[in-house]
Design a protein. Structure first.
Length: 376
């Protein structure tokens, strides 16, 4: 007898990567920060599925990528070849779940189904997730199509995304003033100004390897790498004194390692920004536990760190102040609209994570530096 996963309200919706109509390897976790509606309709060829697509397209007050986003999950390759589905921005996207990978995770097909899941019957249903990607409700299709009205009424009654819990939930971050003193901030900025920076990419998993990607639509920033061991030690000393004790107090986590010694610049003239991402989603970055964002100046507009899963509020620490957060949190840097934002941006981890980092050297692509041992 077929066995299906049964998702219950309150449990995390499984993350996945799957082909979408616009991306061969869409990372679903990056969609957090709004209500997500997954609709497992199987095939778009029948009347019920067609009615769903029409109803969602007519309900753009909710499906606007701010309050909500619709993901239609197709199991039928002819939906693509016969153009029965098409993304409509904002708010409407489709996943090509022809191998059943997403269906297994969410209970639309049996979790013990064979790898080639084509032709398997689908438990057709809706799954609504909150902005942190936790399950809100699961609604099966109804033979008379009444599920469509039921789900739309449910969505219309939801509070704004930033009040998904009934009130505004603060992002689980630390804000720590006075990590760097003004003279030290000025010294680091002076190094960047004197030496300039190089374009900074981001890490992505490609064919099982962690590789550096450059895409100005996703990220625009330049970095200067600190190579002076004495200056590296000075940054470590300040982080150990001011940041590490707070992480131990709040998170009961003992930091022993520090990675990356860079002065970064988000410049208005470059359109400096970094779209929503997480810092530990590849094998080459899986060891990272906490990110530290220390502003070195304040004479800029924009450039705020925000956490979409917990609302649109941005955080701009004072010069020398740090925003500290788990590398698992979805976060972004808003475009700098005036001036330049200079920042010191290390990652923190522990000895156990260092073992993970060393073991994952085998999965690093060309141009990604191998881990050689303790850094702090």
């Amino acid at each position: 007898m077929a066995q299906f996963k049964l998702l219950m309200p309150g449990e995390p919706g499984p993350w996945f990567r799957q082909r979408s109509l616009s991306n061969p390897n869409y990372a679903f976790d990056t969609a957090a920060g709004r209500y997500i509606v997954l609709c497992f309709f199987g095939s778009a060829r029948d009347h019920h599925s067609h009615a769903i697509i029409q109803a969602v397209a007519a309900h753009r007050g909710f499906f606007d990528d701010l309050k909500g986003c619709f993901f239609g999950v197709s199991s039928d390759p002819t939906d693509v070849s016969e153009a029965r589905i098409a993304d409509r921005y904002p708010g409407m996207r489709y996943l090509c779940d022809f191998d059943g990978a997403v269906g297994r995770l969410y209970g639309a097909i049996p979790f013990d189904a064979p790898a080639d899941a084509r032709g398997l019957p689908v438990r057709r249903m809706w799954v609504v997730l909150d902005p942190t990607l936790r399950v809100k409700t699961v609604v099966p299709f109804a033979a008379d199509g009444s599920d469509i009205g039921e789900i739309l009424a449910y969505l219309d009654a939801l509070p704004p995304p930033e009040r998904f819990a009934g009130f505004e939930v603060p992002a689980p971050i630390l804000v720590l003033p006075d990590v760097f003193e003004p003279e030290f901030c000025a010294h680091l900025i002076g190094l960047y100004v004197a030496h300039g920076g190089t374009e900074s990419g981001f890490m992505r998993e490609v064919d099982g390897k962690t590789v550096a990607i450059h895409d100005h639509g996703h990220k625009r920033r330049k970095d200067y790498t600190i190579e002076d061991p004495n200056l590296v030690a000075e940054t470590q000393r300040r982080v150990k004194r001011c940041v590490v004790p707070e992480i131990r107090k709040v998170h009961q986590f003992a930091v022993t390692r520090m990675e990356r010694y860079i002065v970064s610049c988000y410049a208005a003239e470059d359109g400096g920004h970094f779209r929503a991402h997480r810092d530990n989603t590849t094998k080459g970055t899986a060891h990272r536990r906490f990110a530290v964002s220390i502003n070195l100046n304040s004479d800029f507009d924009g450039g705020e760190v925000c956490f979409p899963e917990y609302g649109s509020r941005g955080f701009k620490a004072p010069p020398g102040g740090a925003v500290v957060f788990s590398c698992s949190l979805l976060h972004a840097v808003s475009p700098v609209t005036r001036g330049r934002r200079y920042a010191f941006l290390p990652f923190l981890y522990d000895d156990e994570a260092a073992k993970i980092r060393e073991a994952n050297n085998a999965y690093l692509g060309d141009g990604v530096s191998r881990y050689q041992g303790a850094e702090a």
